[in-house]
Design a protein around this ligand. Structure first.
Ligand SMILES: [Cu+2]
Length: 89
């Protein structure tokens, strides 16, 4: 049984401030199994990831980033409840 539910995740990135860091993370990150897309936002110091929904894929990218000298923290925001006040009765 193989689940292929595409999911989005965000990681906080520490230490990678120059363009070459960002390029390295984006370029090599895409080659990690389970990661279909990765985008580093230097402004917000975050990494946006599209992945297969497998937690191991997230841990793999975290480990990879640590190995090249930076720190990435997975944001726990999977179950976001948005109270917008526009809920129907
Ligand atoms: Cu750098």
């Amino acid at each position: 049984m193989e689940q292929s539910t595409q999911q989005h995740a965000a990681l906080d990135l520490t230490g990678a401030t120059c363009t070459s860091c960002v390029i390295a993370i984006e370029h090599l990150g895409k080659r990690i199994k389970g990661i279909s897309d990765i985008y580093v936002d230097r402004q917000t110091k975050s990494i946006q990831i599209e992945y297969d929904g497998n937690r191991q894929s997230l841990e793999k990218i975290q480990e990879f980033i640590r190995r090249i000298g930076y720190e990435a923290t997975i944001r726990e925001e999977e179950s976001v409840s948005t109270d917008t006040g526009t809920t129907e009765p």
